[in-house]
Write a protein that binds this ligand. Structure first.
Ligand code: ATP
Ligand code: MG
Length: 444
């Protein structure tokens, strides 16, 4: 793949409409293009990153036994009337009429639809737990869509739903998602802190938001700094150890502003450990028992012959928002260097040959290296444009591949000028480079 033939519309200047660095970078390197307020097209670079994030989210859902489905974006109003949310949801819901004048809507979330799917087939406690998820576009007519895809009106979300026979079993499901979220965000190179949260229009009684620290975030948070040192460990399927892990986090005061209580904060957290700051919500999990199953009559047979409504939870991750959140966490704005975690990088390596008008040896060398890297499944692109060295490096730094190979004066014989983006170059043979990158990918 060549940069000259890639659809990467780079802008020289910072677009004035973009107020935060993730939005600025996404526009500058052409990851997205706005189509109307809060609605975006995803261009190749942005789309690639989002798809890589989606895949990691998917793998971690599958690991805890969640099953992937795909529900439609358009839903019928009937089920929302059953749950009682059709009127409550308000103006955030985009309501549509079809040609028969039936009331439809563009789904802002899927509790009703998934409950309807569940109740039509699952009748016995023997089939529980059921963990179902999908990754699908949502629409919420936000009052203030802003910061690009961070608060869009149309956005891409992973939403999962758990169905259990009892509160105790449901907490076990909740804890599975809790731990799997920590692992998902870790694979994305992020430290996301679980914070006790309000349940909002979803309703219910237990909830955590997963927040990454960022000055530009919209969530205000109050936390005991020591929560950053909690070790996640591996997912254990044993109930007790999962609960212990969640409790390790809950030892430290850590809440969003709706749950904030000044007296409690000051009483439980020593002054030196108090941190009041802002963050970006990248995930949100809820336990709400029979809030939907009861009005929608989703019940199962119990062991003794009785019937009861299933106990449900729901679990969201903002897949499209994560693209921006990772930039907020990783972009060195001052030096204009983006470094994507290799797990989601739009390219893993950029080859930068210094091309001379009458001599194409550097380009040919670049192509040979490209084929070697591609054979080894390293996602690579060649900057074959005729720009000068510094403008190529600048562009490559903005695109943010974690590695660069520069083919210029300094690359003699078998040794190549190899750079971890933003760091000093080293001279290494190609097989060493391949080994380094492969090892890093295995760790991810
Ligand atoms: P927020 O408080 O940011 O509005 P929410 O509590 O309404 O979020 P949920 O309903 O829990 O969000 O949705 C799950 C996840 O979807 C959120 O944690 C967030 O990452 C993402 N998300 C929610 N609204 C948007 C939006 N307008 N644009 C992009 N991502 C969003
Ligand atoms: Mg919201």
């Amino acid at each position: 793949m060549y940069i000259s033939k890639s659809f990467i519309p780079i802008l020289k200047d910072i677009p004035s409409e973009a107020k935060i660095k993730s939005h600025q970078l996404m526009l500058r390197v052409g990851m997205i293009k706005q189509s109307s307020a809060g609605i975006y097209s995803w261009l190749p670079l942005g789309f690639k990153v989002m798809k890589k994030i989606e895949q990691i989210v998917r793998e971690e859902q599958n690991k805890i036994g969640a099953q992937e489905i795909l529900m439609p974006t358009i839903q019928s109003s009937e089920i929302w009337k059953e749950s009682g949310r059709y009127d409550d949801y308000g103006e955030e819901m985009l309501r549509i009429k079809d040609r028969q004048n039936r009331e439809m809507l563009y789904g802002p979330t899927n509790e009703e639809l998934v409950t309807d799917i569940f109740r039509s087939s699952i009748k016995s406690y023997k089939s529980l737990p059921q963990l179902l998820y999908h990754i699908q576009w949502k629409f919420r007519d936000e009052i203030r869509p802003r910061f690009g895809i961070m608060r869009g009106r149309e956005f891409y979300m992973k939403d999962a739903y758990s169905f259990d026979v009892s509160d105790e079993e449901a907490f076990f499901s909740y804890n599975k998602f809790f731990i799997s979220y920590l692992r998902t965000f870790k694979r994305l190179g992020l430290t996301a802190i679980p914070m006790a949260a309000d349940t909002g229009p979803i309703g219910g009684n237990l909830s955590h938001e997963f927040i990454i620290l960022a000055e530009t975030g919209e969530s205000k948070i109050f936390t005991d700094k020591r929560i950053f040192d909690v070790e996640t460990g591996d997912i254990e399927v044993e109930k007790k150890s999962l609960e212990d892990l969640r409790k390790k986090y809950e030892e430290f005061y850590s809440v969003t502003d709706e749950k904030f209580n000044k007296d409690e904060f000051e009483k439980t957290v020593e002054k030196k450990n108090r941190l009041i700051t802002k963050g970006i919500e990248v995930g949100h999990i809820f336990y709400f028992a029979d809030k939907y199953s009861k009005p929608m009559n989703a019940a199962v047979d119990l062991p003794g012959g009785k019937k009861d409504f299933v106990k449900m939870g729901s679990y969201g991750i903002g897949v499209s928002r994560l693209v921006g959140a990772i930039i907020e966490a990783k972009f060195d704005e001052k030096n204009e260097i983006m470094k994507w975690p290799i797990s989601v990088a739009p390219y893993e390596l950029i080859i930068i040959p210094m091309i001379n008008k009458n001599d194409n040896t550097a380009l040919i060398k670049a192509e040979n290296i490209f084929y070697e890297l591609t054979k080894n499944n390293i996602d690579t692109v060649i900057d074959d444009t005729d720009e000068n060295y510094s403008s190529k490096i600048k562009k490559s730094n903005l695109i943010g591949a974690p590695y660069q190979i520069i083919i210029g004066k300094k690359s003699e014989g078998d040794l190549l000028e190899f750079k971890e983006t933003g760091k000093e170059a080293k001279n290494l043979p190609l097989n060493e480079i391949i080994k380094t990158i492969k090892e890093l990918k295995v760790k991810n």
